[in-house]
Each structure stands twice: as C-alpha cells, then as structure tokens.
Design a binder for this molecule. Structure first.
Ligand SMILES: C[S@@+](CC[C@H](N)C(=O)[O-])C[C@H]1O[C@@H](n2cnc3c(N)ncnc32)[C@H](O)[C@@H]1O
Length: 220
C-alpha cells in the first residue's frame, strides 16, 4: 500500500516562505509515493549517497532519508538549489525532522564534480518543467521552480547530459515529467545515448498536468 511512511513535517515553514520557495504540490507528493513504491528496488542497489537537484523545501530528500533509515539504511544526503531561500528551508526541514541533509546553493551540481564523479547512488530531480518562453528560464527566485522553457525541457536537458558523470554504476535517477516534456523521447534518448534502462514508476493526472515519475538505471 502506498504512502504508509509519514510525510515530513513542514510546520516550521510559514505561508510567507512559500512566496520564495516552491510549496510542495501534486508533483512533490507523487515523487514521495514513487520512492515508497520503489523502496525494495532502491534497497537492492545498496545506496550510500543521494543527491537532489532543486530541493525546494527539502521534503523529498528528508522523506528518502527517513524512509531508508526505517529500513536500517544510513544515507549521506546532499541537495542543491539555485534559490538560496530553498537551501535555508531544506536545512530547517532536515532539522525539524531529525535528519541530516546538506544543502548547497548552486546551479545544478557543478561544485560537486569531479570529486563526486560517478558517486551518486540516488539522484532526484523534480525540475522546473512548465513550458515557458526561454527568457523566463534562469532566475534564482521562485520563478526558477517552474519555468522550463521550450517543451519545459531546458533545465531537464542540461541535467540529462550530466547523468553519465553523476550516477554510480548501481545508481538510480528519478525524474518528474509532464506530458509536454515528451517523457518517451527522454527515455529513448537515455537508452540510445547512455545505455540506461528506464521505467515509469508512477503516473497521475493532476488538474491539467499528466505527471509521471521516471527512473533510469544501468542494466545489471
Ligand atoms: C518544481 S520545484 C521542486 C522543489 C522540491 N524538490 C519539490 O519537489 O517540492 C524545482 C526546484 O528546482 C530549483 N531549480 C531550478 N533551476 C535550478 C538550477 N539550475 N539549479 C539548481 N536548482 C534549480 C528551483 O529553485 C526549485 O526549488
């Protein structure tokens, strides 16, 4: 059954915080459901290090931490966000939920490489996926939470190109998409270019959004 694991508390965040930091929504909660649904697969890959790009409130990584801890698996969790307020919120969320998460303010994950080259076992990304004008992409404020440019893919595609440098050989990459992002095309690209297998872990219609959580991993 889905969602038996408790959702992290965000009671330390106030409505005014959500003027600056992405407020968890259907995409976020579908992500939590997907991680819980996939926990046996995650455990089977013996993860040690996770990295979330675009952590927002930090709810996803905090959930992953507590989920794996409940299965006796300790995890080193790193997160990044281009928005400094999101990094602050993530640190506070981890503390409020008695977990340990590091939040780094940066574009994608560049300062972590080459040191963490192929060192990420669980990579998480709920990107800015909304189709917008390209000019709207690249802010460091709340707009960065949704503005995805052409096909909602401009930030996503930058991350896809980094995957072979980031993922460990047992690594799993989880990605949120909407229909407009052409998830099938992403899955084909990752297969033909990087030999990564992919599955749709969960899909849900939320209002007009056809959300899916995809996962990518190397064949055993
Ligand atoms: C849809 S929100 C997701 C927030 C949170 N992970 C969640 O699911 O609730 C996307 C997040 O990505 C961040 N972001 C956008 N572009 C980024 C970039 N180039 N590097 C790092 N983070 C970025 C935004 O600031 C925002 O916090």
């Amino acid at each position: 059954m889905l969602n038996m694991h408790p959702t992290p508390t965000l009671s330390h965040l106030k409505p005014a915080d959500y003027q600056h930091v992405y407020e968890p929504a259907e995409d976020t909660f579908l992500f939590l459901d997907a991680l819980e649904a996939d926990v046996n697969f995650i455990i089977s890959r013996s993860p040690v290090v996770s990295l979330e790009i675009g952590c927002g409130t930090g709810i996803i990584t905090t959930f992953l931490q507590t989920l794996l801890t409940s299965h006796g698996i300790p995890l080193l969790s790193l997160t990044t966000d281009i928005n400094p307020q999101a990094c602050k919120a993530t640190a506070a969320t981890a503390l409020s939920n008695r977990t340990s998460v590091d939040a780094i303010r940066t574009d994608l994950a560049f300062p972590l490489f080459p040191r963490m080259e192929n060192g990420i076992d669980i990579l998480l990304f709920n990107p800015p996926y909304v189709v917008t004008e390209s000019e709207e992409v690249g802010s460091t404020g709340i707009e960065a939470a949704w503005a995805g440019g052409k096909d909602g893919r401009e930030v996503v595609d930058r991350v896809l190109r980094l995957i072979p440098r980031m993922l460990s050989k047992n690594g799993i990459f989880y990605l949120v998409t909407i229909r407009e992002n052409k998830p099938q095309e992403i899955m084909e690209y990752m297969s033909t270019t990087y030999n990564l297998r992919s599955d749709v872990v969960l899909s849900r219609k939320a209002g007009t959004e056809g959300l899916s959580i995809l996962k990518f991993y190397y064949p055993a």
